[in-house]
Design a protein around this ligand. Structure first.
Ligand code: ADE
Length: 228
């Protein structure tokens, strides 16, 4: 899967993709992440990419022309399954959406800054608007790291154990059960004996019971979603 990410601050995106699972996924050729610097499409000597908003009000708006030129150039070269704009006024991104997006071949991701982007870009090019939560960040770079990471780990071959993404929290609308590793006893706190029993069926049942118990206590809304 290929992600083409248009950013006004591409340096912010370097580190999240250069370590651990994300780096290995790229090394294995399972994902390609291209970060395109919007400044290269800026207008005039100062490579301007933002301007005051019509109608007044605080905060700059990202201009239509640099974004349009950049997007058109990419569209002329590649076919996109989705063109995503990350914005706090978008639809809520969740695990179900990550699963769906992980099946796609190529997506473009547009990142905003300041007060947002000129509406005409949204009207003309964007096919999907996503928010990573009900809070506002300074720009779309951190949300892009969240989006790309959550999708990448679902692509077959990215995680060592093919089943481990399926046991994550939020798959099946359940929170993950508690996990333990060595030592068996630490400062008087011991690992639940069932996990040392070697009885796989009982362990699976215990994990399911704990998942349900935890979801009921912390996120009962997830169980209601399941019934829809
Ligand atoms: N840009 C700024 N805040 C955001 C959020 N919560 N989700 C997606 N993009 C954003």
């Amino acid at each position: 899967m290929t992600f083409d990410i248009i950013s006004a601050v591409p340096d912010l995106l370097r580190s999240p993709f250069e370590h651990s699972i994300m780096q290995r996924a790229q090394d294995k050729g399972l994902v390609e992440i291209n970060v395109i610097d919007l400044r290269n499409y800026g207008i005039g000597k100062h490579r301007q990419i933002d301007d005051y908003q019509y109608g007044g009000g605080a905060g700059m708006v990202m201009m239509v022309e640099p974004l349009d030129n950049c997007i058109e150039e990419l569209k002329a070269k590649f076919n996109y399954d989705e063109i995503i704009f990350l914005t706090p006024d978008g639809n809520n991104f969740n695990q179900k959406m990550a699963n769906r997006l992980s099946l796609l071949k190529r997506v473009m991701i547009i990142l905003g800054h300041y007060k947002g982007i000129d509406q005409r870009i949204r009207d003309q090019h964007v096919t999907m608007e996503l928010s990573i939560g009900d809070y506002v960040l300074s720009g779309g770079e951190l949300p892009a790291a969240v989006l790309v990471d959550s999708i990448t780990r679902l692509i077959p071959g990215v995680l060592g154990d093919g089943t481990s993404a399926l046991s994550d929290s939020h798959q099946d609308n359940l929170l993950a059960p508690p996990v333990y590793t060595r030592p068996e006893n630490y400062k008087g706190m011991s690992v639940p004996p069932i996990l040392l029993s070697g009885n796989d069926a009982k362990i699976d049942q215990w994990r399911m019971d704990k998942s349900v118990e935890k979801t009921k206590a912390i996120r009962p809304d997830l169980l209601e979603e399941d019934e829809e």
